[in-house]
Design a protein around this ligand. Structure first.
Ligand code: ZN
Length: 331
């Protein structure tokens, strides 16, 4: 997500774009998260078949069932992406939307569960700068409605990436019986604004919400990190009830992401934990249901770029995130 710096890549300036706060002292060994992984493996089988199609990523989807892969050791694996831009969160849009909703699955372990996937940014944001620059209230302050997101040096946009991963996740989770909704599905000209993105999850009474992003940090910065909501109570924002469950969700996702993708946690944010807590993101501040963001990698690093632009890798990313959600929902 790099916080969009719409203009030059330079401005990590404004309130909106602040790079995530530098590391936090506390660190939790990934091992912790790994412990939670076990249950997650079940998605593997379902996924495959299901996935095949959507988006032709570069490489085709799927290689081997993720679930069968050996867990990557938290330490070793190649650090993959990381960049820190965080996400630009969607913003609110009038109530129109209930973007991509999936048909309720007939049955499966997640029957009755509602999962909202928030594909960061929107491919159309680049053509609607005035609209996305409009400020919206996020409780603690005002921020841009939405941002353009980053892209690889070759032009593969973060918005394309997030939508692709979201589609793959939707397929996997629906196969488990979950009701899945997307905050946007390439079905609107821009946005939604971050506040609306949060409201969509709230209105759906989602059991879990995940905002998908990829960072736009300096080359050399690699790996993924999950952004957790910090405690905020100001204006319309009150994350106190969701801080704990969101952390559990984030830990499960981080652990499963490592295991399935083999990617290492960010080498520039989170002190190696793959977790970062923030209080400046509207999409988290305004959420009343468990929610996290995930920066899957750094689009501006060539090694991470190779992963992010691979359909096979995106499939693994989608599976890792989905299995984390499943693990969280199963308690
Ligand atoms: Zn983003």
């Amino acid at each position: 997500m790099w916080r969009d710096r719409k203009v030059a890549v330079v401005s990590y300036v404004g309130p909106d774009f602040e790079p995530s706060p530098p590391r936090r002292p506390r660190r939790r060994p990934l091992t912790v998260a790994l412990a939670a992984l076990v249950p997650g493996a079940l998605l593997g089988w379902v996924v495959y078949e299901a996935v095949g199609g959507s988006d032709g990523g570069s490489a085709g989807a799927v290689g081997t069932p993720v679930s069968s892969r050996a867990p990557a050791s938290p330490t070793a694996s190649e650090p993959t992406d990381s960049g820190n831009d965080d996400a630009k969160q969607p913003s609110p849009t009038p109530a129109t939307s209930a973007p991509g909703t999936s048909a309720p699955a007939a049955s499966g372990p997640l029957k009755g569960k509602v999962i909202v996937i928030d594909p960061g940014h929107n491919p159309g944001n680049f053509q609607h700068t005035a609209e996305i620059n409009r400020k919206v209230n996020i409780g603690t302050n005002w921020k841009e409605c939405d941002t353009t997101g980053t892209s690889t040096n070759a032009g593969y946009t973060e918005a394309e990436f997030t939508l692709d991963v979201a589609h793959r996740m939707r397929t996997l989770l629906q196969a488990q019986g979950a009701t899945v909704k997307l905050t946007q599905d390439g079905d609107r000209p821009y946005g939604p604004c971050v506040d609306e993105r949060a409201r969509i999850g709230n209105a759906a009474h989602a059991d879990a919400v995940v905002s998908v992003h990829a960072d736009g940090s300096a080359a050399g910065n690699r790996g993924f990190h999950v952004i957790l909501p910090g405690s905020v109570h100001a204006g319309a924002a009150d994350t106190r009830p969701i801080v704990a469950p969101s952390r559990r969700l984030g830990e499960r996702i981080a652990g499963n992401f490592v295991r399935v993708t083999g990617s290492a946690p960010s080498n520039y944010i989170g002190d190696g934990t793959g977790l970062d807590t923030r209080t400046d993101l509207g999409g988290l501040n305004l959420s009343t249901v468990p929610k996290v963001f995930i920066e899957c990698g750094n689009m501006r690093d060539s090694k991470d770029e190779a992963l992010l632009t691979s359909g096979a890798w995106r499939q693994k990313a989608a599976q890792g995130i989905s299995e984390g959600i499943v693990s969280f929902l199963r308690g």
